[in-house]
Unconditional design. Structure first.
Length: 307
């Protein structure tokens, strides 16, 4: 059981599910808007997302056996605890089930063409594991886009089918907020993926991969992440100033738990050199992302009790 959990990166999947549940049962519910999916159907949407993502982790582990043996020898599962054949079967089972649920949900909302979204995501995850991750920066962008799309997809399935002329403006505002969170998620995960490449540079080099740290060196890559880190900081400060300044509790929360740690990250990444330091920076970004997602709860409660 435990090797299986390690294989599918359960902590990342839990964060993914948590994020989707937070938006539905806090943000959407506080807006008093019609939703397309019943609670159990929304649960299926979350399950479908998790299954397809888990399948992506499994197939990635299958193709990462050689690099993981060098980069993370204690975390190698495929070929040791679980055979490659069983891992392939697990990947197929997870992915097919996730896509099948997607087909069902697409028909529930009378948008059968939306089933192609699940097929496209599953195919992209497979291509990432087999070839895209070997392409400098492209692989990082693909992973970050897929994770940020897990925010957008809940709007596509739960909000889009209920839009009509009378609520078009309100739904547009809600969609724009979802897109803002998706953008924030993308930038943090993009930086995190680059940092993970710095961590794994030795194993990736031995496997002939062409990541950014291999091409230009770890130090220069860290400096690029340093430059990129200003984008979410500026984004957050602009967002707070334009939309949230009157919500005092929300402003304090974001400054303390999102902007502050981002500034700390920016300072530390400039001088980071060891694998341990880069791992710490990667974990810090994960926590910043979590607190960033939780801000939708803080904002919703702050608006409710200020009204």
């Amino acid at each position: 059981m435990f090797p299986f959990l390690k294989l599918i990166r359960y902590e990342n999947l839990l964060m993914l599910a948590f994020m989707q549940l937070i938006f539905r049962y806090v943000f959407f519910k506080f807006q008093d808007i019609p939703l397309a999916l019943a609670d159990w159907q929304y649960g299926l949407l979350v399950l479908s997302t998790i299954l397809i993502a888990a399948g992506g982790y499994v197939i990635n582990n299958v193709f990462d056996q050689s690099t993981d043996t060098i980069n993370k020898p204690n975390n190698v599962i495929v070929g040791k605890t679980i055979s490659e054949t069983n891992a392939y079967n697990l990947y197929i089972g997870l992915t097919v089930t996730g896509v099948a649920i997607g087909f069902y949900l697409s028909n529930v909302i009378s948008k059968p063409g939306f089933a192609s979204i699940f097929i496209l995501i599953a195919a992209t995850l497979y291509l990432y594991a087999t070839s895209l991750k070997q392409m400098m920066v492209i692989g990082n962008i693909i992973v970050a886009l897929l994770l940020s799309f897990s925010v957008v997809i809940i709007g596509i399935f739960d909000l889009f089918p209920t839009i009509h002329e009378g609520n078009q403006q309100q739904m547009g505002v809600i969609f724009s907020i979802l897109l803002d969170y998706a953008l924030f998620t993308f930038f943090l995960n993009f930086m995190r993926e680059i940092i993970k490449d710095i961590e794994d540079v030795d194993g990736d080099y031995n496997q002939g991969m062409n990541t950014l740290p291999i091409a230009i060196g770890k130090s220069r890559t860290a400096k690029i992440v340093f430059g990129l880190s200003f984008i979410p900081i500026i984004f957050m400060l602009y967002y707070i100033n334009k939309y949230l300044l009157e919500l005092v509790f929300t402003t304090v929360y974001l400054l303390l738990f999102v902007v502050g740690p981002l500034f700390y990250f920016t300072v530390k990444i400039w001088s980071a050199k060891s694998k341990k330091e880069f791992h710490t920076m990667s974990q810090l970004l994960k926590w910043i992302l979590l607190f960033g997602i939780l801000s939708i709860v803080v904002i919703s409660l702050n608006i409710k009790y200020n009204a």
